[in-house]
Unconditional design. Structure first.
Length: 470
């Protein structure tokens, strides 16, 4: 919530819990199709035929209707070809895209914020990737769909390896290759499929349908890229960590130098990591690649000069085009600049409810277990997303009176992921940030974690050097 006299208005949290026409039906159709992929399409049964018919019925009023109806019929008979499976992947993606749009429209209504109109700029021209390699990738994905998740084995999954190896040298195919490689590795870690007790049904169906569509010519065309010159005001850092990789995504408000409408933007940096580097040690891997992290840690703005920015609002970070600016306190930014900032449009293939992450400011709430009471409405707090790489803790969130966070949607409800909170300490407002250690820290816990990470990386480098000498 943002006070009216500072450019905002009270967040209509109640709107987040009003029903959205057609949302449940769209998601139910997606769930039905996802269950089809569990057993596969080699010998579909009545339950799978019903799931396929549900997808066709859900898009019956769209331009996809005829193609998806034919694809569902063929798949239910066990005779679906590549084109039919592509059509089904497209229908599933369209349904999730419509759910994304409906949920995002509800969020924007609740917080009173607008979304910028698309400028209609065409994607950048790029050389057409090899059709043969894309067809090979599509063929492997079709084999997966026919086998189903319960039918995967090491021989089937190994079929992705030569395709990925052939794709990786071509920059135009690297996006598809990375997705296929990661998907195959995840499936291989779960083999044999017949013995799986639990299947990540939605996740694997997401990866499969996205990969299928990215094998179509032009689907992975480079997005239009503009330039951003002006002042960048950070709001917070979202850290996403896996066993072998880490990414920090800075959410910020960009104020154009020409006085144009402020925009919501993101800047991301990622790095591979050993599984022994955790907590505050992650920043050692990320810091050398993006000076913005130091500015976030110090509470400063950055001045950008022709920084490349995608049509979705992602800054393609280049340290040479940025310099540290004046102090910029996160909550001041959230109270003054955030309410007037417009978001960029979302690319078609990125329209998915899981991708919703809208920066918001909440104030005047009451705290209860794992939730904020906002204007009489319970808003769940997604504390699992708060990284261990900073001083923001569940205890700090529970004692807060203001929060800058990301409004997300997961498992059928809206949640807020805290990026920073403000709480009273000795009658003084003190801010605690998830990214406070991004540029370095004098905090004792942070120093200990960084030292442990330094020791772990040193040992790994020594071992790697010995192996290379052999």
């Amino acid at each position: 919530m943002v006070p009216d006299d500072e450019g905002g208005g009270v967040m209509r949290a109640d709107l987040l819990y009003d029903g959205i026409d057609g949302l449940d039906e769209a998601l139910a159709a997606v769930d039905g199709f996802d269950e089809v992929l569990v057993s596969g399409l080699l010998r579909p049964g009545p339950a799978q035929a019903a799931g396929l018919a549900g997808v066709a019925e859900a898009v019956a009023g769209s331009p996809l209707a005829a193609r998806v109806a034919e694809a569902a019929e063929k798949a239910a008979a066990g005779t679906a070809g590549e084109d039919h499976l592509v059509a089904l992947a497209g229908a599933r993606t369209a349904l999730l895209g419509s759910a994304h749009d409906a949920l995002l429209a509800r969020v924007e209504e609740a917080i009173g914020r607008t979304r910028a109109e698309e400028d209609g700029t065409a994607p950048a021209d790029a050389a057409e990737p090899s059709a043969n390699l894309l067809a090979a990738a599509r063929s492997w994905l079709c084999d997966l769909a026919r086998a189903g998740w319960h039918g995967i084995d090491h021989e089937l999954i190994a079929g992705a390896a030569p395709v990925v190896s052939a794709m990786l040298p071509d920059p135009a195919l690297r996006r598809q290759a990375t997705l296929l490689d990661g998907f195959a590795a995840e499936l291989a870690a779960s083999c044999l499929g017949a013995s799986l007790e639990r299947v990540p049904v939605r996740r694997w169906a997401d990866l499969w349908s996205r990969a299928m569509l990215l094998t179509l010519p032009g689907a992975a065309s480079a997005p239009a890229v503009g330039e951003a010159t002006g002042r960048l005001l950070p709001l917070g850092v979202d850290v996403q960590e896996h066993a072998t990789a880490v990414q920090a995504q800075v959410h910020a408000v960009f104020e154009p130098a020409d006085g144009g409408t402020p925009r919501l933007v993101r800047a991301s940096v990622s790095a591979p990591k050993p599984d022994t580097v955790v907590g505050a040690g992650l920043w050692q891997l990320l810091r050398p690649h993006m000076s913005l992290l130091a500015a976030v840690s110090e509470g400063r703005a950055m001045d950008l000069d022709a920084m490349p920015v995608s049509g979705e609002g992602d800054l393609i970070w280049d340290d040479a085009r940025a310099r540290t600016g004046e102090p910029a306190e996160v909550f001041a930014t959230a109270r003054v600049a955030l309410p007037t900032a417009a978001a960029f449009a979302t690319a078609p293939l990125d329209r998915h409810p899981a991708r919703i992450a809208v920066p918001v400011l909440l104030e005047g709430y009451a705290v209860e277990e794992d939730a904020f009471q906002v204007a009489g409405v319970r808003l769940a707090v997604d504390s699992d997303r708060v990284p261990a790489a900073g001083p923001l803790t569940p205890e700090a969130v529970a004692s807060s009176g203001a929060c800058v966070g990301l409004l997300r949607w997961d498992a059928g409800e809206f949640l807020v992921q805290p990026l920073a909170v403000e709480r009273m300490v000795r009658k003084k407002a003190v801010a605690v940030h998830a990214g406070a250690w991004a540029g370095g820290t004098a905090d004792k816990a942070g120093i200990r974690a960084e030292k442990a990470a330094t020791d772990a990386v040193k040992v790994l480098r020594e071992r790697a050097g010995k192996l290379l000498r052999k």
